[in-house]
Design a protein around this ligand. Structure first.
Ligand code: 5GP
Length: 205
C-alpha cells in the first residue's frame, strides 16, 4: 500500500497533463444545456442514443440523465484505418448495435469529432438501416482538422489543435476518469501522439 502523501501515481499529478481546458463545473453545465435542448427538440418522441466506445461513454452517461424523455441507449465499437491521410476513412465495426434502429430517432453521441471521417462512415452505415431521424451530438468539435462535410446538431465545445484528455478521452487508454478536460504537454508525448494517429489499427475511440 502506498502512503497517500507519497503517492506518485496520483492521477492529476501526472507530468504529462497540461492546463485544464474545461473544468468539471463547466462541462456539467454544458451537458445540462445540451440535455435540455434535446428534451425540447424531441418533445413527445422516444429517442435512441448511440455511443461509440470507448471515449463517448462518460459523456453519454451524464447526458442521458440531463434528458427528460423516454430513451434507450446502445453501443458500437470501431477500428479506424488510414486515420489521417485517407480521404474516405476506412472504418471497421468491431462491435455492432444490439438492436435494429429502423424508424427510431437516433442521436450518435461522440466524445470528439476531429477529421470527421469516423462519424461520416457511421452516418452512412446507420442511414442504410432506415432510422426515422439521425443526428450527431459531440462534446468536443475540433473543426480545424475537418476533412468530411458533416452537420453537427449538438456540440459542447470547440477546441484547436492540441491533443486533449479526460472526461472519457484517453491517452494510451488512460486518463479517461479525469473529471475535467486537460491539454497534454505535447512536447513530452509528441512522438506517442503521432504514432497513435498513424497506427494502422488505431481504435477510433
Ligand atoms: P475523426 O475520425 O473525427 O478524425 O476521429 C475522432 C476520434 O479520434 C475520436 O473519437 C477520438 O478517439 C480520437 N481523437 C481525436 N482527437 C483526439 C484528442 O485530442 N484526444 C483524444 N483522447 N482522442 C482524440
Amino acid at each position: 500500500m502506498n502512503n497517500k502523501s507519497n503517492n506518485k501515481n496520483n492521477l492529476k499529478d501526472s507530468e504529462i497533463l497540461g492546463k485544464v481546458l474545461f473544468t468539471e463545473e463547466v462541462i456539467q453545465k454544458r451537458v445540462g444545456e445540451i440535455g435540455q435542448s434535446i428534451t425540447e427538440d424531441y418533445d413527445g418522441e422516444d429517442i435512441l442514443l448511440i455511443s461509440v466506445l470507448r471515449g463517448g461513454i462518460i459523456f453519454l452517461t451524464d447526458l442521458i440523465r440531463a434528458v427528460d424523455l423516454t430513451l434507450s441507449i446502445d453501443f458500437m465499437s470501431i477500428s479506424t484505418y488510414g486515420f489521417e491521410d485517407s480521404a474516405t476513412g476506412v472504418v471497421r465495426i468491431t462491435k455492432d448495435l444490439e438492436d435494429p434502429i429502423e424508424n427510431k430517432n437516433v442521436i450518435i453521441v461522440e466524445d470528439i469529432i476531429d477529421t470527421g471521417l469516423t462519424i461520416s462512415y457511421l452516418l452512412r452505415n446507420l442511414k442504410a438501416r432506415y432510422p426515422k431521424s439521425l443526428d450527431i451530438c459531440t462534446l468536443i468539435d475540433r473543426d480545424v482538422r475537418r476533412l468530411a462535410d458533416i452537420d453537427i446538431k449538438y456540440k459542447g465545445f470547440t477546441v484547436g489543435e492540441k491533443y486533449i484528455v479526460g472526461y472519457g478521452l484517453d491517452y494510451k487508454q488512460k486518463y479517461r476518469n479525469l473529471k475535467s478536460i486537460y491539454e497534454l504537454k505535447t512536447h513530452l508525448v509528441k512522438k506517442d501522439i503521432e504514432s497513435i494517429k498513424l497506427d494502422s489499427t488505431y481504435q477510433g475511440t
